[in-house]
Design a protein around this ligand. Structure first.
Ligand SMILES: NC(=O)c1ccc[n+]([C@@H]2O[C@H](COP(=O)([O-])OP(=O)(O)OC[C@H]3O[C@@H](n4cnc5c(N)ncnc54)[C@H](O)[C@@H]3O)[C@@H](O)[C@H]2O)c1
Length: 457
């Protein structure tokens, strides 16, 4: 642990990162926090993990994992390097830096649910001491770090003389500063991407002052090949939102074009493939049954909410959200037309949906369009079953209320239709198409298969 008295000597702080004596605290051990834990641990830093979910804490302390792509052996080697998980926030006092990776979902009315960040800050602020650093990693609206993180630290620390202080010209020369350092650094994990190593994804950092910038760059420089400092936390917060809004808007564009191409008799996938040969000014995005996950359907609306405080309407964000959210309806209608083409009605049909996860090869159900498609099909009186290698059953969730178990793929002939929503690489599509009576493909996953049973939508 870094021993500091009243003043932060940032060079001393950096040296402790470099000689690996610093202790990193990670709050929220989910899809973001747990991989970060392993990265710091592999880099030789001791990590203390904090989570309010007692089952996760116990699981990790038993050397087990609850994320499919993280093997228990990785948890065990982190343990061998000193990693331990806890629900006790008093242990925040033992760490040198606190990284906050808690959820930032939406309320049903599309406004930000800040309760996780607020309750985390309220829980840890009483235990903060001078010389520590707090970095928010959760995706959020510009201003959160200043308005919630800095405010909570200062409010709780006032009685103890602990607060976030910023470099002034006077003390900057001496390299000393009293207080807690604060920064925002967004997560850029790409779930299911096995090609780009996490360490090669540049890490954007926006700190409240120069000292915090130097300290945060040293910290992330221990695990990422490149850090990208920006001038303020709000700039870093906005950078992350721009990235996700860019995806949301471009996916909505191709989803809209897909719907137009169909009646025009044009294959939208062929169009995108051809456009992608342009060496400049075009980046390929692909249509699908909708968008899912914790980020793309959620984060843009954080900015929409904040923009309203400035009297500004984010029209692109809202239109993209509308188009993307309408895609499950489009899939259901396309399925209805395909069944009608075989003289069957949607009502009373039996349909097997393939892929519940929101994305290929991930074990994450959050905001998955598959769940919405199932809900719509049930409402239409369809007998729906699903298969997903990552989920043997699905029960009640934050925004859905289903009770289903994964169906094996051994008797596909009993379904009127097999609907591919998520193209997990485990699926043997040649065999599935051969055994299905009708196959609806929302991902163009059967592009190399020639069969008149396939309907691409
Ligand atoms: N999952 C991704 O691919 C991804 C990518 C980029 C950014 N993000 C952002 O990162 C943040 C975290 O996302 P995630 O996917 O890891 O979420 P997650 O739900 O997988 O994990 C969050 C963890 O925080 C814990 N938690 C909740 N409240 C807590 C509290 N008060 N104290 C301690 N722990 C608490 C939960 O128990 C859970 O284990 C979100 O803001 C998300 O938008 C996620």
């Amino acid at each position: 642990m870094i021993e500091l008295n009243a003043a932060i000597d940032v060079q001393e702080w950096v040296a402790k990162i470099e000689d690996r004596t610093a202790v990193v605290g990670i709050v929220g051990l989910g899809y973001v926090g747990l991989p970060l834990t392993l990265m710091f641990s592999e880099a030789g830093l001791t990590v203390r993990g904090f989570d309010i979910d007692a089952e996760k804490v116990e699981c990790l302390n038993r050397g087990q994992s609850y994320i499919h792509r993280i093997e228990p052996v990785h948890i065990q080697s982190a343990q061998a390097s000193g990693f331990r998980a806890t629900s006790s926030f008093s242990e925040i006092a033992d760490v040198d830096v606190v990284l906050i990776c808690v959820p930032t979902p939406l309320h049903p009315d599309h406004t930000p649910d800040m309760s996780y960040i607020v309750s985390t800050m309220e829980a840890l602020a009483p235990f903060l001491r001078e010389g520590q650093m707090v970095i928010l990693e959760s995706t959020t609206y510009p201003g959160t770090t200043e308005e919630i993180v800095v405010e909570t630290i200062n409010r709780h620390g006032a009685a103890r003389g602990v607060r976030v202080l910023r470099s002034t010209d006077a003390d900057a020369d001496q390299g000393a500063l009293h207080g807690v350092m604060v920064a925002f650094s967004p997560e850029r994990e790409d779930p299911g991407n096995m090609i780009t190593p996490r360490k090669d994804i540049p890490k954007v950092i926006g700190a409240v002052d120069e000292r915090a910038r130097v300290a945060a760059c040293a910290l992330y420089g221990s695990i990422f090949v490149r850090t990208v400092p920006v001038s303020t936390p709000a700039t870093a917060e906005m950078t992350k939102l721009l990235e996700n809004i860019y995806r949301s808007v471009n996916i909505a564009l191709v989803n809209e074009l897909k719907q137009l191409c169909e009646p025009m008799g044009i294959d939208v996938w062929e169009v995108i493939r051809a456009a992608a040969t342009k060496p400049f000014g075009f980046q390929a995005f692909y249509p699908g049954p909708g968008v899912g996950g914790h980020c793309i359907p959620v984060d843009p609306f954080y900015l929409t909410w904040k923009a309203k405080q400035f009297g500004f309407a984010t029209r692109f964000i809202e239109l993209a959200g509308e188009v993307n959210e309408s895609m499950p309806d489009y899939v259901v209608n396309a399925t209805r037309r395909a069944l009608l083409g075989q003289g069957k009605s949607l009502r009373g049909a039996s349909i097997l949906l393939l892929g519940l996860a929101y994305k290929r090869d991930v074990d994450d159900l959050r905001e998955s369009p598959s769940l919405r498609i199932i809900e719509l099909l049930l409402r239409e009186g369809v007998n729906v079953e699903y298969n997903d290698p990552y989920f043997t059953r699905v029960g009640r969730g934050r925004h859905y209320d289903l009770e289903l178990e994964s169906t094996p793929l051994d008797d596909l002939g009993r379904f009127d239709c097999v609907l591919l929503a998520t193209d997990h690489s485990q699926y043997d599509l040649q065999r599935i198409v051969r055994d299905a009576r009708l196959f609806i493909d929302t991902r163009n996953a059967t592009r190399s298969i020639c069969s008149d049973k396939i309907v691409r939508c």
